[in-house]
Design a protein around this ligand. Structure first.
Ligand code: GDP
Ligand code: IMO
Ligand code: MG
Length: 422
């Protein structure tokens, strides 16, 4: 953490790397914690003192009193889900209104955006993305088409603006033959959410953040999703619809590139992916099932099974390059505790061709592995690097050598306390 800088904590694979846990752990060091992209497609789990929370739109800095939490202009927000999430936190004893600011420029997810999400997926058939169904793609599409509604719109002539966009969506739904729906109840709750949002400061968060930076304050940008789900750099078209990589921090918060300090790249000691799309390291055997069972790899938002496999250095090297990662954070190391040997994907092979750089089309490639010895020792109780078993240290050394980037944090259990700094 440096005064006047924005550090970024970015998922650098397919999401669900443990961003929520580490942002919560880091928050006492920062003055501001800000989400810059995505919306309720995210599910960030935070566990401390025997309590568990899953945040979707609200930044993971909310459990510490000191920091201001910001939902930045690059985010999309569903008022009904936001209200539900905020009320759950209030019921748990956290007051939010003076600690959470929302950008007026963030875009609103309408109930009809969620219908469009479902309709587009249905129309894609077997090529469906496997979205979270939260209306993310249609909302960012409307932003790019320049017809979207922003948070600031709720303060003026909102019913008219809402009716106009809703009518446009209904026309598209009719054209797609998607007419069997009833959103009256959902819409009423959504409107309640709009009213509820008005008690929060709806501000020009880019101005606020830059003012705080000029005063020497520090900001932590909380990533959502992961680099391989980035609209530009992910496994398109099996991606989300926002810029999840470091450039998204600049556009999604309105901060200049020279303000960026550390870029923390967070990954798991193995690989997972939710939804469709290429995943060369995917295991369909009992090793994959074992990773899923031990790692509890079921989505925090949709409850879907996460696809599992060994760690993928091709993907990690690519994401480290795109983001300029300065520090790596390795999560869920404990999930590998019982494996006698551990595999590492070092390249992809298709026919006679072998590559160790990310191909344009990751479809049809199979993983090439190296094998390392497992540590077969429980890591969860460890709090000091000096106590790491030798094969675990060798795994870390190997990854650091291959990735040319230091692993500065190692996590050995979901709990806030089980975070080891190196
Ligand atoms: P995020 O979306 O990146 O914030 O990650 P998720 O919350 O979707 O998924 C990460 C899951 O791993 C959550 O259930 C966490 O509680 C859990 N978790 C985080 N760190 C560790 C760890 O070091 N070990 C284990 N076993 N679980 C962890
Ligand atoms: P966090 O922040 C994992 C995936 C979906 C789908 C694709 C597009 O918790 O890491 P979308 O609803 O965004 O249009 O879905 O992206 N996806 C995620 N996978 N973690 C996430 O967020 C995700 N957000 C979206 O499963 O494949
Ligand atoms: Mg998640």
């Amino acid at each position: 953490m440096e005064k006047g800088k924005v550090d970024a904590l970015l998922g650098i694979v397919f999401g669900d790397e443990g961003k929520g846990k580490v942002v919560d752990f880091f928050t006492p060091r920062y003055d501001v914690v800000a989400r810059f992209a995505g919306g309720p497609n995210a599910g960030h789990t935070i566990i401390f003192g025997g309590k568990k929370f899953v945040l979707r739109s609200i930044p993971s800095g909310i459990f510490n009193d000191g920091a201001l939490n910001v939902i930045g202009n690059g985010c999309v927000i569903a008022p009904d889900l936001f209200m539900q999430e905020a009320q759950e936190l209030e019921a748990a004893g956290y007051t939010l209104t003076d600690r959470l600011h929302i950008s007026r420029r963030a875009h609103l997810i309408l109930p009809t955006h969620r219908l469009l999400d479902r309709a587009y997926e249905a129309a894609k058939g077997k090529d469906k993305v496997g979205t979270t169904g939260k209306g993310i793609g249609p909302t960012y599409s409307d932003k790019a088409t320049r017809v979207g509604l922003r948070v600031g719109d709720i303060l003026e002539n909102f019913p008219e603006k809402y009716a106009r966009l809703k009518a446009r969506h209904e026309q598209i739904l009719r054209d797609l033959g998607f007419t069997d729906y009833d959103i009256a109840g959902e819409e009423a709750r959504w409107m309640q959410g709009v009213e509820y949002m008005k008690q929060f400061p709806l501000t020009d968060t880019e101005v606020e953040i830059n003012r705080l930076l000029a005063e020497g304050k520090s900001v932590l940008a909380e990533g959502a999703q992961g680099s391989l789900l980035d609209i530009d750099h992910g496994t398109y078209p099996f991606v989300s619809s926002s810029s999840t990589t470091v450039g998204g921090v600049c556009t999604g918060l309105g901060v200049a590139p020279q303000r960026i300090g550390h870029v923390y790249g967070i990954f798991k000691a193995y690989s997972t992916r939710v939804g469709s799309g290429p995943f060369p390291v995917e295991l369909f055997d009992e090793t994959g099932d074992r990773l899923r069972d031990i790692g509890h790899e079921y989505g925090a938002v949709t409850g879907r099974n996460r696809r599992c496999g060994w760690i993928d250095l091709v993907a990690l090297k690519y994401a480290i390059m795109i983001n300029g990662v300065t520090d790596l954070v390795m999560m869920k190391s404990d999930v590998l505790d019982t494996f006698a040997s551990i595999r590492v994907c070092t390249a992809y092979r298709k026919g006679g061709e072998v590559t160790d750089t990310m191909p344009y089309d990751t479809e049809g490639w199979e993983a090439v592995y190296e094998e390392l010895p497992g540590w077969q020792t429980p890591l969860t109780a460890l709090r000091d690097e000096a106590d790491f078993p030798a094969p675990f240290r060798a795994y870390i050394d190997y990854l650091e050598r291959e990735l040319q980037t230091p692993i500065k944090i190692v996590s050995v259990s979901p709990d806030r306390e089980a975070t080891i700094l190196r």
